[in-house]
Design a protein around this ligand. Sequence first.
Ligand code: NAD
Length: 362
Amino acid sequence: MGSTPPVMVNAEALDALVANVFQAAGCDGPESRRISSHLVDANLAGHDSHGVVRVPRYVEWLEAGYVLKGQTADVVTDGGSFAVIDGKWGFGQTVAPQAVDFGIKRAVENGVCITALRNAGHIGRVGAYAEQAMEAGLISIHFVNVAGSILVAPFGGVERRFSTNPVSIGVPLPGRPILLDFATSLVAEGKVLVASSGGKALPEGALIEADGRLSTDPHTLYGPYDTLGPRDVSKGTGAIRAFGEHKGSGLAFMCEMLAGCLTAGGTSGPVSERTRIANGMLSIFISPKHFGTQVEFERMGLIYADWVSETRPADSAAPVLLPGEPEATRRAERLADGVPLPQDTWANIIGTAKRLGVNSAI
Ligand code: NAD
């Protein structure tokens, strides 16, 4: 996060400011509030790379026509328990919840539903959609790709072939929702950006040079850059590595198959003619009630979750956590203390607000 201390911003006030920015940029009230609360919630969860840092870029995409306001996703194929849904380049925070809502309704009726969403604007933190399904009592699994973006080398390779292709799984144990949500790249691109500005260093082997040497140097991804200048991923000759060696790389590949090919929304390559980047998302919704195992699922699930939590930790100061617990802790802290934003992130948001005639009362 750099050497200067972050600005601490109250989450509610930040939400209101960001909603005003999107309204000033032309979105209607509900869409503005949806985008804003999604981004602020990503910050609350501790996933700053998918939070309000994106505001200036989202506004630029809207102004450039890369993402469209007020879209309603189209159901292209309706197979009852499955559907192909076209987001028509709408804001991800609008069309992805629509697709998820469709999947939830059908799974609540039929027990399962699979939705194949394509051409969605950036959908942000994928865990938000698993949370939407958990609120309806459903398990859900989400495979996501980023059509038109290449950042990540497959295992054994030195050239970029994947994007950061996230996966999320939500399991609604009563009073103890379990949420797995991560990118299949070893680090998010946002973390390389932070490291390039003097922030937290990258973990060993996060990047790979074109000649096969492992690297933690952001120049591997961005090429030459000025300290305060922009970063351009097309300028670097190296790549981010997939997490988990061949296993994470295989999962990233499958995200392309499921979210890019099966949805027909497109993959990260080869050469793409697209002028804009879009998320595809293959989602599976499962209703434990329909399986007739709801009682056992919940009883066994809770016992098992406790058992795993009680594992003797390697470091007594760091207890074993379940997926979703770090985010829940971070959310409670940030709701109480405010959202820490690096000075330049905050300045960029305020700059975008001012340009659109929005005054910050913060
Ligand atoms: P990450 O590396 O922080 O991993 C997060 C996951 O690991 C969570 O499920 C969390 O609960 C779990 N976790 C973290 N620390 C843990 C611990 N100590 N013990 C047990 N579990 C732990 O996440 P990431 O890969 O940096 O992804 C960040 C966000 O970026 C995600 O919300 C993802 O959906 C989003 N993303 C979106 C896109 C897109 O195109 N829309 C692309 C990439 C990533």
